[in-house]
Design a protein around this ligand. Structure first.
Ligand SMILES: [Zn+2]
Length: 500
């Protein structure tokens, strides 16, 4: 038996209630006592004077599917002890039949280097069990990965037999321990999937009482239609619905956010179990191909390259982009490319790159995507501060990182989300109390997963604990220097074991 005593802390227990002075005793991996605890003779004592003792943070939306296998510490440094991967339709399984197509589909989001290959969910979970030691990993099955892994990368409608196979495979994945399903309906091939296909999968999720998280079909001009579609799925199937990284992208769409929130509030009154999440930054981040019409990606990279080399196809793509891209050309910052010759575009706005190249910005996007074989990442300044505040402080909102790795300059949310929420958002801007900020990254996201063994500082629960200094905690990572480490996170314990 191993005892650890966190002495003289200020306990913020994860419920949203005000903090209180006290000690926390762990016995092996669990919390044994909370309050005034006399130190047992054989306990390791950690002095927590002037520090907050909180439940370990939960990242409900992460893209570190491969990096959690390598014990990367970007999240640990922020106090994260549970990480949910497999978001936006991308999971690293099932790859038994179309492994290469699955890697091509997902690597832009995963930043995978080796020839990773997981035949099925069990293989991935076995690898997590074997090599992931600094965080508890939960994985959603990605709809895009399911489709590509089973049938290759195309957007043709599935036959009834294929749909049966897909729902059967999802059922197997959920029974192997996956915590739900994610869709990425702005990414091919998810973008081509009809509601009936997703409905069939959501029925499986509802039957197994797991979470359905969705990157919807649109966050800009068609935001409201996209919300309606997701609510309709939850209504038809009874699944628990999580709208991923809710926001209204582009100035022209900012006033749609209040309509979206009204819809969600009304749906809850109707009895639909829906909530949403967002990261505490005004900019988003994804692959540059996201700006293209997704039919241009149908068939994978080679098919896309053929279209980009064809002037008639380029004209069709341009026509789509002229009316469907909500950002301005200065809103878009290029953050990663693969080739040596284009390294100079990293850190530049698209408007600047276009000017330097003497090309129209839309042509520049197509050129870059073609030159880099699709592997270009961007940061995009999407939201207003007022809208971000309204989202973060909303009762339905959990706070997430949505962090992902790139070969270049990642979005600072990968390094700073959790300390920035506690410091810049709660303490400095006073958008919410500190206990409320802690709740939004602990018990609240865990309730979406129905994971009841953690998330509060309470006896009997897992000793996943983060100790931080409330006066100094902050996430100084920014768009220029994204890898600046967090400040004020003192200790992180995973199942009672100190990992910082
Ligand atoms: Zn997403």
């Amino acid at each position: 038996m191993h005892l650890t005593l966190l002495k003289n802390g200020w306990i913020i227990d994860g419920s949203g209630a005000a903090g209180f002075a006290g000690d926390v005793l762990f016995e092996d991996g669990r919390i044994a006592a909370v309050g005034t605890v006399d130190a047992p003779a054989d306990a390791t004592t950690v002095d927590c004077t002037d520090c907050v003792v909180a439940p370990g943070f939960v990242d409900l939306h992460s893209h570190s599917d491969l990096q959690v296998l390598e014990d990367r510490v970007e999240k640990t440094n922020q106090g994260v002890t549970t990480e949910v991967v497999g978001n936006c339709g991308f999971s690293p399984y099932p790859g038994r039949e179309h492994g290469q197509a699955l890697r091509d589909f997902a690597n832009g989001i995963f930043c995978g280097h080796s020839a990773w290959e997981f035949q099925n969910a069990k293989d991935y979970f076995a690898q997590v069990e074997k090599t992931s030691t600094v965080v508890d990993v939960r994985s959603l099955a990605g709809h895009g990965s399911l489709r590509v892994g089973l049938f290759g990368n195309h957007q043709d409608p599935l036959t009834a037999v294929e749909l049966d196979r897909m729902t059967g495979t999802l059922d197997e994945i959920l029974s192997a321990g996956s915590c739900g399903l994610s869709t990425g309906l702005m990414y091919a091939p998810g973008s081509g999937a009809p509601i009936e296909e997703i409905e069939a999968l959501c029925r499986v999720v509802a039957k197994r009482d797991r979470l359905y998280a969705t990157h919807m079909r649109s966050y800009s001009f068609k935001l409201i239609e996209a919300i309606d579609e997701q609510l309709e799925l939850a209504r038809r199937t009874g699944c628990r619905l999580q709208i991923s990284h809710l926001q209204a992208v582009g100035r022209a769409n900012w006033d749609k956010q209040c309509v979206a929130l009204d819809k969600l509030e009304n749906a809850r009154r109707e009895g639909i179990d829906v909530e949403f999440d967002i990261y505490p930054y005004q900019a988003g981040s994804t692959v540059l191909t996201q700006l293209l019409p997704q039919w241009a990606l149908d068939g994978g990279v080679d098919a896309m390259q053929a279209r980009l080399a064809d002037s008639a196809e380029r004209a069709r793509i341009t026509e789509y982009m002229q009316t469907n891209v909500a950002q301005t050309w200065t809103d878009i910052l290029i953050t990663a490319v693969k080739s040596a010759r284009n390294q100079d575009v990293i850190g530049k706005r698209l408007a600047t790159i276009a000017e330097e190249r003497g090309r129209h910005p839309i042509e520049t996007i197509m050129d870059l995507v073609a030159e880099e074989n699709g592997a270009v990442n961007m940061i995009s300044f999407n939201q207003s501060e007022a809208n971000l505040r309204e989202l973060l402080t909303h009762e339905m909102c959990s706070v997430i990182s949505d962090g992902f790795y790139v070969d270049g300059k990642p979005h600072p949310r990968l390094y700073g989300t959790f300390p920035s929420l506690l410091g810049e958002v709660a303490r400095d801007r006073k958008w919410m109390t500190l206990p409320e900020a802690v709740r939004k990254v602990t018990s609240k996201p865990l309730a979406r997963l129905k994971l009841n063994d953690r998330g509060f500082v309470r006896p009997g629960l897992l000793a996943n604990i983060t100790v931080f200094d409330a006066a100094t905690v902050s996430g100084p990572a920014d768009y220029d220097v994204p890898d600046r480490p967090p400040v004020g996170i003192r200790h992180v314990f995973l199942r009672g074991r100190r990992i910082d």
